[in-house]
Design a protein around this ligand. Structure first.
Ligand code: FAD
Ligand code: NAP
Ligand code: FMN
Length: 678
C-alpha cells in the first residue's frame, strides 16, 4: 500500500576491517575515554544549571518550590489525601483544589499538588500514611497528550515498573468529546495505576468540556466521597461549609515599587525585561500592524503583527503564540461599583495554610483594580463552588436559596445552574446585577474567581521571512446572550483595540511562544495539503511563506495545496490578495476556496476535496504527502477527516475500516496533523 522510502543507512552499509592490536594511540584513546566517562559519572550536573538571567522571581502568588517528596510534605502537614492535577488552563487545578478542600468535611486532610513540583516515584510510599489516598485530575491535550505540567509524570508512568500495591487512588479526567482522543490522559492514568498494582477506590470520571464539565465533576464528586467514606470507614462530619482559604491584608502605606501591576512572574519584569521569555516572564511585544481583514459582514476578523525585535524569541512555522489579555476597563469599574469597593486599595491575600506552596491566589501585593484587570477571570460563568461560597452574602432569603440550590448536586439544582448561569452565560457582574441583595466583600470575590488565562493563537507567519515579528489572524468574539447582554471575548476585543504606536506610545502585548507539533515536512520536496477554513488559515500563511522562501533559496519544493473556506467571496475571503500573490510566485501550487453562503446549498472545503479526489489521493498515496487541518474542532475537523476516509476508501479500493486505519496510520507517522480548537 504505502510505498516505503528506501532508508539511507550509511552506518550499516559501510563495513570496515577492524584491527585488535593495541598501540600507543589506542592506549591514549582508552585513557581519554575512561577519563571522560569518570567525569560524566562523578561531576556531571543532574540538570542543566539555570543561567543567571533565567532565574525568575516567582510571583508570590504563583510561587512554586520543588519540594521533592510529597510524602514528606504530607507527613509534615498531617495530610492524608493528595490531589494531583494535570492542567493547562487551570480547570483541573481548580477541581483539585475543590477536592482537597472537600476532604475537611470527612475528617480527612487534603492537599492539591502540581505533579511537576514533586517526585512522583514516591507514590509507592503513600501507604506509609494512614488512610492515604491519591486523586488525579487529568486534562488531555493535542492528540491525547498530557498537559505540560503532567509530562514528567506521564513519562514516569510509561517507564516505571514500581510496585504500587497498597496504594489507593481515583482519577477524574477532563476532556472534550469533539477531540478524537477523548480523555485519553485520564483513561491512561487510571489504567496504568491499576497495572502497577494500585487499588482504584472509585471509578474513573470522564468530564466533557463540550457538554457541561462542571456538572460532570459535581456528579462524580457526589458519589466519590461516599465511596471514600465507605472505603476508609469515615463519616461526613457535617454539611458543606464555607471556609476562607486566604486572609486579607490591606496595605495602607506601601511603596509602589513593591506592588504588582500585572506581571505574571518577577516584580517589575514589565519595566525591566530580561530574556528568556516564557509563561512566567512574557515579552511585551508592541503591535506594529493591526488591520481588519474582512470587507463586510458584522464580524471583525483581524491581522496583527507583534514586534519581537530584540527579544531573542525564536519560533517555527506552526507554533502558537500565547497572549495575556486584560479585562475590559468598564467591566472592572462596574464590578468595583456594584461591590462598593475602592479599586485602588492595595491588598494581599495570604494563604491561611502556611505550609501551602501557593502563598497567594495571584501575585500580591496588588490593587483590586490590577487583580480584576490582569489576574482574574471575570467573564466566564462562575462555577458552582463560587456560587456556594457567595450565597452566604445574599440578604434576601430567596436569592440565597437560589444560589445554594444551583450549587447543590440535586437534579433541580443542576438544571437551574444550567438554565440560569451556563446557557445565558451570566458572568459574575451579571449575577450581581440580577441578585440585588447579593453583595459579597470584594476580597472574597477575588479569592474565589479563577485566574485569567493566556489565549493561544496559531502563528500566521514564518520566521524565515519575518524573524522579528509574529503574526496573528483572529476573529473577534462578540455575542448577545439570552438575557440581552452583549458579551465580548476578552482577548480578541482587547487585541482589536491595540493601535500600533498610538500617540507615539507603543501598544504592548504580553506574549510568549509555545512550541507545537504542527510542523512542515522535514524534506521540502514532500507535497503538502492544507485544509483551513476561516481563521484556520492562520498557520498556513506561515507554511506558504516558508515554502515560497525555500523555493527562493533554490530548494526543491513539493506541491503546496490549500483548501480554504469562508462565508462570502466579497466579505470574509481572508488574505485574498496575498493568496493570489502566492499563486503567482509559485509558493502555492493550488488554491481551492469554498464559499459556503454564496449559493443556496453549503459548499465546504470537504466538498472541494471530494471533487478533487483523484489528485488528493495521488498526493497522499503516490506523493507521500502530508495533510494538515486547522480551525474548528467541533464540526469541521471531524467532517474533513470523514471525507478523507471516503476518498481513501474509494480510490484506494479499501473497506471503510481499512480506510480509517490508513488515515490513522498517517496520523501516527506525522503525515496527518491537526491544529484545532473549539
Ligand atoms: C491551540 C489554539 C490555537 C488557536 N488559534 C487561533 C487562531 O489562530 N485564531 C483565532 O481567532 N483563535 C484561535 N484560537 C482561539 C483563541 O485562543 C481564543 O479562544 C479566542 O480568540 C477567543 O478568545 P477571547 O478571549 O476573545 O474570548 P473569551 O473571552 O475566551 O470568550 C470565548 C468564549 O465565549 C463563549 N462564546 C463564544 N461565542 C459564543 C456564542 N456565540 N454564544 C455563547 N457563547 C459564546 C465560548 O464559551 C468561548 O469559549 C486558538 C485556540 C487554541 C487552543
Ligand atoms: N472559542 C472561541 O471563542 C472561538 C473563537 C474563534 C473561533 N472559534 C472556532 O473556530 C472556528 C473558526 O472560526 P471562524 O470564525 O474563523 O470560521 P467561520 O468564518 O465561522 O467559518 C469558516 C467557514 O467554514 C465553514 N464551515 C462551517 N461548518 C463547517 C464544517 N462542518 N465543515 C467545513 N466547513 C465548515 C463556514 O460555513 P458556514 O458558516 O456558512 O456554515 C465558513 O464558510 C469556529 O467555528 C469556532 O468553532 C472559537
Ligand atoms: C487545543 C486543545 C486541545 C485539546 N485536546 C483534547 C484532546 O485531545 N482530548 C480531549 O479529551 N480533550 C481535549 N481538549 C479539552 C481539554 O482537555 C479540556 O478543555 C479541559 O477541561 C482543559 O483542562 P485545563 O483547563 O485544566 O487545562 C483540548 C483542548 C484544547 C484547547
Amino acid at each position: 500500500m504505502e510505498s516505503a522510502s528506501p532508508k539511507d543507512d550509511s552506518s550499516s552499509a559501510k563495513s570496515t576491517e577492524t584491527s585488535f592490536s593495541f598501540g600507543m594511540v589506542d592506549v591514549f584513546l582508552f585513557s581519554v575515554i575512561i577519563g571522560l566517562l569518570s567525569y560524566w559519572f562523578f561531576f556531571r550536573k543532574k540538570k542543566e544549571e539555570i543561567p543567571e538571567f533565567a532565574k525568575i522571581q516567582t510571583p508570590v502568588g504563583a510561587q512554586s518550590t520543588n519540594e521533592g517528596s510529597f510524602i514528606e510534605k504530607m507527613k509534615k502537614t498531617g495530610k492524608n489525601i493528595v490531589v494531583f492535577y494535570g492542567s493547562q488552563t487551570g480547570t483541573a487545578e481548580e477541581f483539585a483544589n475543590r477536592l482537597a478542600k472537600d476532604s475537611q468535611r470527612y475528617g480527612m486532610r487534603g492537599m492539591s499538588a502540581d505533579p511537576e513540583e514533586y517526585d512522583l516515584s514516591d507514590l509507592s510510599r503513600l501507604s506509609e500514611i494512614e488512610k492515604a489516598l491519591a486523586v488525579f485530575c487529568m486534562a488531555t491535550y493535542g492528540e491525547g497528550d498530557p498537559t505540560d505540567n503532567a509530562q514528567d509524570f506521564y513519562d514516569w508512568l510509561q517507564e516505571s515498573d514500581s510496585d504500587l500495591s497498597g496504594i489507593k487512588y481515583a482519577v477524574f479526567g477532563l476532556g472534550n468529546k469533539t477531540y478524537e482522543h477523548f480523555n485519553a490522559m485520564g483513561k491512561y492514568v487510571d489504567q496504568r495505576l491499576e497495572e502497577l498494582g494500585a487499588q482504584r477506590i472509585f471509578e474513573l470520571g470522564l468530564g466533557d468540556d463540550d457538554g457541561n464539565l462542571e456538572e460532570d465533576f459535581i456528579t462524580w464528586r457526589e458519589q466519590f466521597w461516599p465511596a471514600v467514606c465507605e472505603h476508609f470507614g469515615v463519616e461526613a462530619t457535617g454539611d458543606e461549609c464555607s471556609i476562607r482559604q486566604y486572609e486579607l491584608v490591606v496595605h495602607t502605606d506601601i511603596s509602589a515599587s513593591k506592588v504588582y501591576t500585572g506581571e505574571m512572574g518577577r516584580l517589575k519584569s514589565y519595566e525591566n525585561q530580561k530574556p528568556p521569555f516564557d509563561a512566567k516572564n512574557p515579552f511585551l511585544a508592541p503591535v506594529s500592524v493591526n488591520r481588519k481583514l474582512n470587507q463586510g459582514g458584522e464580524r471583525h476578523l483581524m491581522h496583527l503583527e507583534l514586534d519581537i525585535t530584540g527579544s531573542k524569541i525564536r519560533y517555527e512555522s506552526g507554533d502558537h503564540i500565547a497572549v495575556y489579555p486584560a479585562n475590559d476597563t468598564s467591566l472592572v469599574n462596574q464590578l468595583g461599583e456594584i461591590l462598593g469597593a475602592d479599586l485602588d486599595t492595595v491588598i494581599s491575600l495570604n494563604n491561611l495554610d502556611e505550609e501551602s506552596n501557593k502563598k497567594h491566589p495571584f501575585p500580591c501585593p496588588t490593587s483590586y483594580r490590577t487583580a480584576l484587570t490582569h489576574y482574574l477571570d471575570i467573564t466566564n460563568p462562575p462555577r458552582t463552588n463560587v456560587l456556594y461560597e457567595l450565597a452566604q452574602y445574599a440578604t434576601d432569603p430567596s436569592e440565597q436559596e437560589r444560589m445554594r440550590q444551583m450549587a447543590s448536586s440535586s437534579a433541580e439544582g443542576k438544571a437551574l445552574y444550567v438554565s440560569w448561569v451556563v446557557e445565558p452565560r451570566r458572568n459574575i457582574l451579571a449575577i450581581l446585577q440580577d441578585m440585588p441583595s447579593l453583595r459579597p466583600p470584594i476580597d472574597h470575590v477575588c479569592e474565589l474567581l479563577p485566574r485569567l488565562q493566556a489565549r493561544y493563537y496559531s502563528i500566521a507567519s514564518t520566521s524565515k521571512v519575518h524573524p522579528n515579528s509574529v503574526h496573528i489572524c483572529a476573529v473577534v468574539v462578540e455575542y448577545t446572550t439570552k438575557t440581552g447582554r452583549v458579551n465580548k471575548g476578552v482577548a480578541t476585543n482587547w487585541l482589536k483595540n491595540k493601535e500600533p504606536n498610538e500617540n507615539g506610545h507603543k501598544s504592548p502585548v504580553p506574549m510568549y511562544v509555545r512550541k507545537s507539533q504542527f510542523r512542515l515536512p522535514f524534506k521540502s520536496s514532500t507535497p503538502v495539503l492544507m485544509v483551513g477554513p476561516g481563521t484556520g488559515i492562520a498557520p498556513f500563511m506561515g507554511f506558504i511563506q516558508e515554502r515560497g522562501w525555500l523555493k527562493q533559496q533554490g530548494k526543491e519544493v513539493g506541491d503546496t495545496v490549500l483548501y480554504y473556506g469562508c462565508r462570502h467571496k466579497e466579505e470574509d475571503y481572508l488574505y485574498k490578495d496575498e493568496l493570489a500573490q502566492f499563486l503567482r510566485d509559485g509558493a502555492l501550487s493550488q488554491l481551492n476556496v469554498a464559499f459556503s453562503r454564496d449559493q443556496p446549498q453549503k459548499i465546504y472545503v470537504q466538498h472541494l476535496l471530494k471533487q478533487n479526489k483523484e489528485s488528493v489521493w495521488k498526493l497522499i498515496h503516490e506523493g507521500n504527502g502530508h495533510i494538515y487541518v486547522c480551525g474548528d474542532a467541533r464540526n469541521m475537523a471531524r467532517d474533513v477527516q470523514n471525507t478523507f476516509y471516503e476518498i481513501v476508501a474509494e480510490l484506494g479500493k479499501m473497506s471503510q475500516q481499512q480506510a480509517v486505519d490508513y488515515v490513522k496510520k498517517l496520523m501516527t507517522k506525522g503525515r496527518y496533523s491537526l491544529d484545532v480548537w473549539s
